[in-house]
Design a protein around this ligand. Structure first.
Ligand code: PRT
Ligand code: MG
Length: 216
């Protein structure tokens, strides 16, 4: 049995075409079923639905053989025990610093004042500001980062941005782009050795699908 860990929502949706290219079709709709283990048209392949931030953990400890996870999640988790054969170019977005409209970010950085930064991505934020030599107090949040500068909890946030609509709706502006983000295929290294043939087949099919020209 090959177990693939996916999270519901954008990663699941954008993975379906890749699975299809590998001849794999998921038999349940994750948005309507209450099942957490989904069968596929291939009796030897199943999908487990886990929280996005739990995908690397499942794959690292062998709860799943493979998984698909954002580079943001992977950088926060660390990549011990994980083989990363492919950037799948899905669920694309960017990691950015944002502040309230009118907040003088450049001035605050220039003056060397300690910046209060709220984020779910503490490791990425710590590394980024350290590389710039900016002193920060990091405040760990688990969601709704946009609220932090609006309530005075922080001066800035570090968050994932896609269209930018959420920032705009909350009167926040993007002041720095930290990195581009997309989702990666991660594989348990022991599983890759033990189940080499079926896992390689999936990796190769995904890789071939990525080579296909995409519709404009
Ligand atoms: O929700 P949960 O805590 O379980 O995990 P999660 O939020 O990490 O999961 P999910 O499914 O929302 O995201 C999975 C992965 O998709 C992330 O790890 C990113 O790599 C990637 N991704 C791509 C995004 C976005 N685009 C995105 N827009 N993740 C989150 N967002 C958020 C963004 O922060 C904002 O709050 O969606 C909101 C809308 O964004 P805008 O800019 O289009 O308004
Ligand atoms: Mg989410």
């Amino acid at each position: 049995m090959i177990t693939l860990a996916l999270s519901k929502g954008r990663i699941f949706d954008e993975t379906l075409p890749l699975l299809k290219a590998a001849g794999i079709e998921v038999l349940d709709d994750p948005e309507t079923t209450r099942k957490l283990i989904l069968a596929t048209n291939q009796p030897e392949v199943r999908v487990v639905l886990v929280r996005a931030s739990d995908v690397p953990t499942y794959v690292q400890y062998g709860g799943a053989d493979l998984g698909i996870t954002g580079k943001d999640t992977l950088l926060e988790h660390g990549s011990q025990g994980l083989y990363q054969p492919l950037d799948l170019q899905i669920a694309k977005c960017r990691m950015s610093v944002a502040v309230r409209e009118g907040f003088d970010y450049a001035g605050a950085v220039r003056q060397g004042s300690r910046l209060r930064v709220a984020t779910k991505f503490v490791a990425i934020a710590r590394e980024f500001f350290a590389s710039k030599g900016v002193h920060v107090d990091l405040i760990k949040l688990y969601g709704s980062m946009e609220l932090a500068p609006l309530t005075g909890l922080s001066d800035a946030i570090v968050d994932v941005v896609s269209t930018g609509n959420t920032l705009k709706a909350n009167h926040l502006v993007e002041v720095e782009r930290i990195m581009d983000i997309s989702s990666r295929l991660v594989v348990n290294q022991a599983a890759l050795k033990l189940k080499q043939q079926p896992i390689r087949r999936i990796i190769d099919a995904f890789a071939a699908a990525l080579q296909q020209p995409t519709a404009p």
